[in-house]
Design a protein around this ligand. Structure first.
Ligand code: GUN
Length: 292
């Protein structure tokens, strides 16, 4: 079994980006600037956004964090998006999801300038991705594709099963892995909460992408011998033995599944760090050849 080490791979990618930032500076090109908008006080979202901002600072990007209370109205948020769209210094920005219930997420995502949409959530970028055109790939799928590429995991002709049809992970993964690319060329089955006979479908997977958000849902008895397993789950499970009162669990029971795999991502240290590295790659792409 080979561990798909997202921590080490993301470190290597971040070093490549930091070198690129220095080279840009020498050529008189602009320092990339990422802004993040965080609405509300959700603990997990705060953790994710602060990791993104810290990662920017470490590799030499400029970053801005815009924090607003959960009482922020749709109009106020749309106004913030408009200002970020018009601010020439900001190359890319993200609006952290989920948003409070009273805000229409689709309307907010539609308001983002697609050329600054480094999360790749705007319908224009989603459409371009589906057609295989140049676009910003959503960060988590992009990170998974890079792990598969850098570890030279064979994908062509393989049966791939994706569990979970979210717009952020499951749906784009099913599209990317089915495309005529390397990695890609899989025969993909996208499963979800209404899927029947999930266990027999999963048992047939050469490549299994698990993104349903249920701690340790996939166990060793469900997995084919030699499968490649990508665990996208990050759930906080109460654990009194930990100082912070919880532990981080994936969607995969690592102990039993890892015994049967050819490749597997750990949690933490697998897909999570790759997501941040991908967001930074997208921001570098957004800065393009702009000058200071
Ligand atoms: N919430 C969970 N994942 C993401 C992500 O990649 N981007 C944003 N903006 N929100 C998220």
């Amino acid at each position: 079994m080979i561990l798909l080490d997202g921590k080490a791979t993301s470190k290597a990618i971040k070093e490549e980006i930091a070198a690129e930032v220095n080279a840009r500076r020498e050529r008189g090109l602009k320092t990339p600037h990422l802004a993040a908008v965080l609405i509300g006080e959700d603990g997990a979202s705060q953790t994710y956004v602060s990791s993104k901002v810290k990662a920017c600072e470490r590799i030499g990007f400029v970053s801005s964090l815009i924090r607003k209370p959960s009482s922020t109205s749709q109009e106020e948020l749309l106004q913030i998006v408009q200002e970020l769209n018009e601010d020439d210094d900001i190359d890319g920005f993200i609006v952290q999801l989920p948003l409070p219930k009273h805000i229409d997420e689709q309307e907010v995502l539609l308001a983002i300038d697609p050329s600054k949409d480094v999360d790749g959530f705007h319908p224009e970028n989603v459409g371009r991705m589906a057609l295989g055109l140049p676009c910003y790939l959503p960060a988590t799928p992009y990170g998974i594709m890079q792990l598969l590429e850098r570890y030279e995991v064979p994908t062509s002709g393989k049966n791939c099963v994706v569990i979970g049809r979210s717009h952020i992970v499951g749906s784009p993964m099913s599209i990317l892995l089915s495309q005529n690319n390397e990695p890609g060329n899989c025969t993909v089955t996208l499963t979800h909460s209404r899927t029947q006979n999930l266990e027999s479908i999963v048992k047939n997977a050469d490549i299994l992408v698990v993104a349903l958000g249920k701690a340790e849902f996939v166990t060793g008895d469900m997995v084919k011998e030699g499968a490649v397993v990508i665990d996208v789950g990050i759930t906080r499970v109460p654990d009194a033995s930990k100082e912070r009162g919880y532990r981080i669990a994936g969607d995969v029971d690592f102990a039993s599944v890892s015994e049967k795999c050819s490749f597997i991502t750990p949690v933490p240290g697998g897909v999570g760090p790759m997501t941040i590295a991908s967001l930074l790659k997208n921001t570098l792409q957004a800065a393009g050849d702009k000058r200071n």
